[in-house]
Ligand binder design. Structure first.
Ligand code: CLF
Ligand code: SF4
Length: 488
C-alpha cells in the first residue's frame, strides 16, 4: 500500500520534517507493553517521528508558577517556542479540532495538551477535553505536559482518562538553583517566592513523578538548559529522575530573546551553543535515554515534529468540515498498519555499513530530509537540517538546526544569497551536507566554506549514506587531523 505523503514538498508546504537516529536500539530492550506505548509516539520514539504526527490543543491558558523564560503569553516555553497560540480553544472546540485533524492527517497518533499555560492549572478544561477524547476518539494516544506543581493531586484523574504519557519539566532538584529560574509560585491561594517556592515546586515534581511511575504511566522529563544557572546541575537531575523511573530525558536549549519580553531575554541571559547542548546530552546519556529530536513545538502545533499545519485547521475551517469519525478510524487503522509494515521492512533491510578506518576522528554531517528515514530533500527546499555524528563507532543523530528556506525551486530567487549565507553559517562545524539535489550556487559557496556538498545518495537510508560519505572522507585523508566541533 502506498503511504500517504505527510510532508508536502517543502516548496509548497514550507516544511522539512524530521528523521533521526538509532531508535531501534532504543526500543529493543523494552518490554512489549512499553514498546506498544511508544512505537507510534513521535516524541517518545525517534524512529516513530519519521512517520507519525502529533497535535496540541491550546485549552489551558492559566499558569500557577512563573518561569524566567516565559512571557506569560499563550505559549508555554516548556513545550513550545516563544510566541502566541493563534486560537485558545474550549474543550468542545478542541474535540472538534482533534477529530478534524485525525480524519485529515491519519498519521496523527498523539493528542497533547501542553499549554499555553499549565494544563493542570486548568484542570476542568484539560480533563473535560481528555474525558471526551478518550470516549469519542479512543484510537488517539493522550499526552500532557506540566510544570508539576499540581501533579500529585492530578495523578488519579490522569490515570482515569487513559493518559499513558506525561511530561514534567524539571529544571533543577536544588531550591537554590530553582530560585534563579522561578521567581514565584502560586500555592494554596498564596504567592510564594524564592527558595521556599522552588522547594515546594521541586517536592511536588518529584512526588508526582513517583506517583505516575507507580501507576505505570510513562514519564518524560524535559529540562531547559540555562548556561550559568543549571548547566552544571542537569546531570544530577538526569540521574535522580532516572532512578525514580522516568523513561526519557529531553534537555532543551533555553530560547531567550529580548523581543520575547521574558526576564531572561531582557536580562541578556544567553542560550547554550550547539556544542554545549550536545556535551550535556552526552553527559546525561550515560544515565538514561535522551531525546534529541525535540522541536520545542508550539502549544497549538499540528503535524510532524518540526512542521506546523495548524493553519489548515482553524476554527472557521473545521466548522465547515463534515467528519465521519467511525469511517476515519477505520482508515487510520489501515494506514497505521501500513506504516508499521514499512517501518519493519526498513529495519529488516537495514545495511550495517562499517567504518573503513578504526582510528579516524568523528565528524558532523548535515542531512536534508522530509522524513521516512531517507535523503529526499533538495538543499534549497530545506527548512532544517538534521545533524549526524559519524565515527568509527557508527552513526548517531545529534540534533536539528533550523534554517530559512533558500529558494522556492530554483537557485536565483529574490533574497537567496543572504539566506544562503545564513544557512551556511548555521551549518558551521559540519563537514558535509547530504541532500537529494543541490544547485551550482550553493554548491560553490558550501565548498568555499569547507563543507562538502553531496547529492549522490538521494532516496537512500540516512545512516547508511552518512557512513558511506564518512568513509569517503576517511579514505581521502580528511579525518586524520584533530576533532572539529560545531559551535553554532
Ligand atoms: Fe506534545 Fe510533549 Fe506530548 Fe510530544 S510535544 S505534549 S510529549 S505530544 Fe515533543 Fe514538541 Fe518536544 Fe514536546 S517535540 S516540545 S517533546
Ligand atoms: Fe510559562 Fe509554562 Fe513556566 Fe507556566 S510553566 S510560566 S506557562 S513556561
Amino acid at each position: 500500500m502506498q503511504l500517504p505523503v505527510l510532508n508536502e514538498p517543502a516548496a509548497k508546504s514550507g516544511c522539512a520534517a524530521s528523521s533521526c537516529g538509532s531508535s531501534d536500539d532504543q526500543l529493543n530492550h523494552l518490554s512489549d507493553e512499553i514498546r506498544a506505548k511508544v512505537q507510534n509516539h513521535p516524541c517518545y520514539s525517534e524512529d516513530a517521528h519519521h512517520y507519525f504526527a502529533r497535535m496540541h490543543v491550546a485549552v489551558a491558558p492559566a499558569c500557577n508558577i512563573q518561569c524566567h523564560y516565559c512571557n506569560r503569553k499563550y505559549d508555554c516555553a516548556n513545550e513550545s517556542r516563544p510566541g502566541v497560540v493563534s486560537e485558545l480553544l474550549t474543550p468542545n472546540q478542541a474535540v472538534k479540532k482533534t477529530m478534524a485533524v485525525a480524519a485529515n492527517i491519519p498519521q496523527m497518533t498523539v493528542l497533547g495538551i501542553a499549554g499555553p499555560g499549565d494544563p493542570l492549572a486548568n484542570p476542568e478544561r484539560t480533563f473535560e477535553t481528555f474525558r471526551r477524547l478518550s470516549e469519542e476518539a479512543p484510537d488517539i494516544k493522550l499526552c500532557v505536559s506540566t510544570n508539576g506543581l499540581a501533579l500529585p493531586d492530578a495523578v488519579e484523574e490522569l490515570s482515569k482518562h487513559n493518559i499513558d504519557h506525561v511530561t514534567i519539566t524539571i529544571n533543577c532538584v536544588d531550591p537554590k538553583v530553582g530560585a534563579k529560574i522561578y521567581p514565584w509560585i502560586f500555592w494554596k491561594n498564596k504567592r510564594i517566592k524564592g527558595e521556599k517556592a522552588a522547594k515546594i515546586l521541586i517536592e511536588q515534581q518529584q512526588k508526582g513523578l513517583e506517583m505516575l511511575v507507580a501507576k505505570g504511566i510513562l514519564v518524560k522529563v524535559n529540562s531547559v538548559l540555562i548556561p550559568g544557572i543549571n548547566d552544571k546541575h542537569l546531570a544530577e537531575v538526569s540521574r535522580i529522575v532516572k532512578a525514580k523511573g522516568a523513561f526519557l530525558h529531553n534537555v532543551m536549549p533555553l530560547i531567550a530573546e529580548a523581543e520575547h519580553g521574558t526576564f531572561f531575554g531582557v536580562m541578556g541571559q544567553r542560550g547554550p551553543s550547539a556544542g554545549e547542548l550536545q556535551d550535556l546530552q552526552d553527559e546525561c546519556a550515560g544515565d538514561m535515554n535522551m531525546m534529541r529530536h525535540c522541536r520545542q513545538c508550539r502549544a497549538d502545533a499540528v503535524g510532524m515534529l518540526g512542521e506546523d499545519r495548524g493553519g489548515e485547521f482553524t476554527l472557521d475551517k473545521i466548522e465547515d468540515m463534515e467528519i465521519d469519525y467511525q469511517a476515519a478510524m477505520e482508515k487510520r487503522k489501515v494506514i497505521h498498519q501500513a506504516i508499521e509494515n514499512e517501518m519493519n521492512s526498513k529495519r529488516a533491510a537495514k545495511v550495517d555499513v562499517k567504518a573503513e578506518k578504526a582510528d579516524t576522528r568523528p565528524a558532523l554531517l548535515a542531512v536534508a530530509t522530509s522524513g521516512q528515514g531517507v535523503i529526499n530533500m533538495h538543499f534549497g527546499h530545506a527548512k532544517e537540517f538534521l545533524i549526524y555524528e559519524a565515527s568509527p563507532n557508527g552513526v548517531r543523530f545529534i540534533s536539528h538546526r533550523k534554517v530559512d528556506q533558500y529558494c522556492e525551486g530554483d537557485t536565483s530567487c529574490g533574497d537567496g544569497e543572504s539566506v544562503l549565507a545564513r544557512t551556511i553559517r548555521t551549518l558551521e562545524g559540519c563537514e558535509a551536507v547530504l541532500c537529494s539535489k543541490i544547485g551550482f550556487e550553493p554548491w560553490d559557496m558550501l565548498e568555499k566554506a569547507g563543507i562538502t556538498p553531496n547529492g549522490e545518495h538521494a532516496m537512500e537510508a540516512i545512516e547508511e549514506a552518512v557512513m558511506l560519505v564518512y568513509n569517503e572522507m576517511a579514505v581521502a585523508g580528511k579525518l586524520d587531523d584533530a576533532l572539529q566541533r560545531a559551535t553554532a
